[in-house]
Design a protein around this ligand. Structure first.
Ligand SMILES: [Zn+2]
Ligand SMILES: [Zn+2]
Length: 294
C-alpha cells in the first residue's frame, strides 16, 4: 500500500493540512450563518439543520474512512489493467481537476436521471430549507458507489489517488454554494457553480428541475443544454415531499419507494426500469403518474 501511495504523498500531505483548515472555515461560516438567522429571526427550519448536521457527522466522521478505502481499492484494481501512467505535478493536477469536473457533471446527471443513483442523491435534495448545512447532507452510501464514475481517469493513466484528490477538490469548491445570503453574481453565475446557480439546482420549480449539474464550471451545462439562470423564487425540496427530519428515514426513503415499485412491477422490463429508469417512471400497476422529483 505504501509504495502505491508514494507518488501522491506530497499531494496527500497538502490536502490533509488544508482539509483541516477548510473544515474550520466551514464550521466558522456555518456558525455565523446560524447566528445571523437566529439574530434576524429568519424563518430557518432548525429541525432540517439538525438533520443535516446529524447526517454529516455519520457521513464525514464515521463512514468516510471506510468509503475512501473502498474507492481507492476499487480504482487501484482498475489501474492494474491500464498501461498508462500520468506523472503528478501542478500541470497534471489542474488537468485532473478539469477532467474530474467534467466527469462530475455526468456523475451528477446520472444521479438525477437513473433511479438507483437518485436513491442516494435524493437525500441531498430532500431538505425543504436551504443553507450551508445542506452541504453536509450526503447519503451514507454515496461515497461507496460514486467512485465508479471516475474509472475513466484511472484508465487513461491518472493515479487512483490523484483522481480521488481531484474529485475532492471539486467537492471542496462547493462548500460555500448552499446559501441564500449571497445573491446573484452577474456573469460569474454563467461561468461558475455559484450560490445562485446551485439554488436553481435545488429547486422543485418546474423550470429548475434537472438543471445546473456542474461542480465547478457551468461550461458543461451550457454545452449539454442543462443551464438555467435563477429567474424566479426557488421552492426547495422534492416534488414528492418526504415529511421527515429523521436522518435514518431520510437515507432510506427513496430506496423504500424503489422497492415498492419493484414489487408492483409485473414484467422483467418493469423491474429493470424500477431500478434503472428515470426517477419519475412508475410501473403500469400504479395508475397515478407522479411528476419527476428534482
Ligand atoms: Zn443534484
Ligand atoms: Zn447541493
Amino acid at each position: 500500500m505504501n509504495s502505491l501511495l508514494a507518488p501522491v504523498s506530497p499531494l496527500l500531505t497538502l490536502l490533509q493540512q488544508n482539509s483541516e483548515v477548510i473544515a474550520l472555515i466551514f464550521l466558522a461560516i456555518t456558525i455565523v450563518e446560524i447566528g445571523l438567522d437566529f439574530w434576524l429571526r429568519k424563518n430557518r427550519q432548525y429541525a432540517e439543520t439538525a438533520a443535516n448536521i446529524g447526517i454529516g457527522i455519520v457521513h464525514d466522521l464515521l463512514l468516510s474512512p471506510f468509503s475512501s478505502i473502498v474507492a481507492f481499492i476499487g480504482l487501484a484494481i482498475v489501474a492494474t489493467i491500464s498501461p498508462l501512467h500520468i506523472p503528478i505535478n501542478l500541470g497534471t493536477t489542474i488537468v485532473a481537476v478539469a477532467i474530474a469536473d467534467f466527469l462530475y457533471y455526468w456523475n451528477h446527471r446520472a444521479e438525477h436521471r437513473i433511479r438507483f443513483f437518485w436513491g442516494y442523491h435524493s437525500v441531498h435534495h430532500s431538505s425543504t430549507d436551504y443553507n450551508l448545512t445542506v452541504a453536509l447532507r450526503l447519503a451514507w452510501v454515496e461515497d461507496f458507489i460514486l467512485w465508479i464514475f471516475y474509472i475513466p481517469m484511472v484508465l487513461v493513466g491518472f493515479h487512483p489517488l490523484h483522481a480521488l484528490i481531484a474529485l475532492q477538490i471539486v467537492g471542496i469548491y462547493q462548500i460555500w454554494i448552499h446559501n441564500q445570503k449571497i445573491g446573484r453574481l452577474g456573469f460569474l453565475d454563467r461561468i461558475l457553480n455559484t450560490a445562485s446557480t446551485h439554488r436553481v439546482h435545488h429547486g422543485a420549480n418546474p423550470i429548475y428541475i434537472d438543471k445546473n449539474y456542474g461542480g465547478i464550471l457551468m461550461l458543461w451545462d451550457h454545452l449539454f443544454g442543462t443551464y438555467q439562470a435563477e429567474t424566479e423564487k426557488v421552492i426547495y425540496g422534492l416534488t414528492e415531499p418526504i415529511n421527515t427530519t429523521n436522518p435514518i428515514k431520510i437515507n432510506l426513503i427513496e430506496y423504500i419507494r424503489i422497492g415498492r415499485d419493484w414489487q408492483r412491477s409485473v414484467t422483467s422490463k418493469e423491474r429493470f426500469l424500477s431500478l434503472f429508469g428515470p426517477p419519475e417512471w412508475k410501473p403500469s400497476a400504479v395508475s397515478k403518474q407522479l411528476p419527476h422529483q428534482p
